[in-house]
Design a protein around this ligand. Structure first.
Ligand code: CUA
Length: 151
């Protein structure tokens, strides 16, 4: 009897998995929203603002982060902001599709080669926020992580 339950459960899991991959390839084919700026992924290092990645203060408690993602790193990596900062991220990938997820925030974005991803986030609570790649990008994917410290 329990075998039947397991069989049904695993069948359900397989169906879900197939649906998920089907949807993923559909979403990829549809591409990113058309309002996303594009960039030549071969020329990221030569294209502003990515020719100069880093953190820039642009106002009181307001920062701009220009970041490139590449197997298996974020550049710049570790970031630090005073509590209450509003941070504008401008992201692109230099190779494959990566993810940019920041724990305990709503940030959860796909960063694709050829496209510029923009995210604005206010960091009120002090703490260490884990930054993770959440798109499988190769053998070192699990190690692709950094931190944002707010204090
Ligand atoms: Cu980058 Cu997974």
């Amino acid at each position: 009897r329990s075998e039947k339950v397991w069989l049904t459960l695993s069948f359900g899991m397989i169906m879900l998995f197939m649906l998920a991959t089907g949807y993923q390839s559909y979403a990829l084919e549809m591409g990113p929203p058309s309002n996303m700026e594009t960039i030549d992924p071969q020329k990221v290092d030569q294209t502003a603002p990515f020719d100069n990645p880093g953190v820039k203060q642009i106002g009181d408690n307001e920062y701009e982060v220009v970041m490139t993602l590449q197997v298996f790193s974020f550049n710049p990596g570790k970031l630090e902001f005073p509590a209450g900062s509003t941070v504008h991220f401008t992201l692109t990938s230099k190779d494959v599709v990566h993810g940019f997820q920041v724990a305990n925030t709503n940030i959860n974005a796909m960063v694709m080669p050829g496209h510029i991803q923009k995210i604005t986030q206010k960091f009120d609570k002090p703490g260490e926020y884990l930054v993770l790649c959440n798109e499988y990008c190769g053998a070192g994917h699990q190690m692709m992580a950094t931190t944002i410290t707010v204090k």
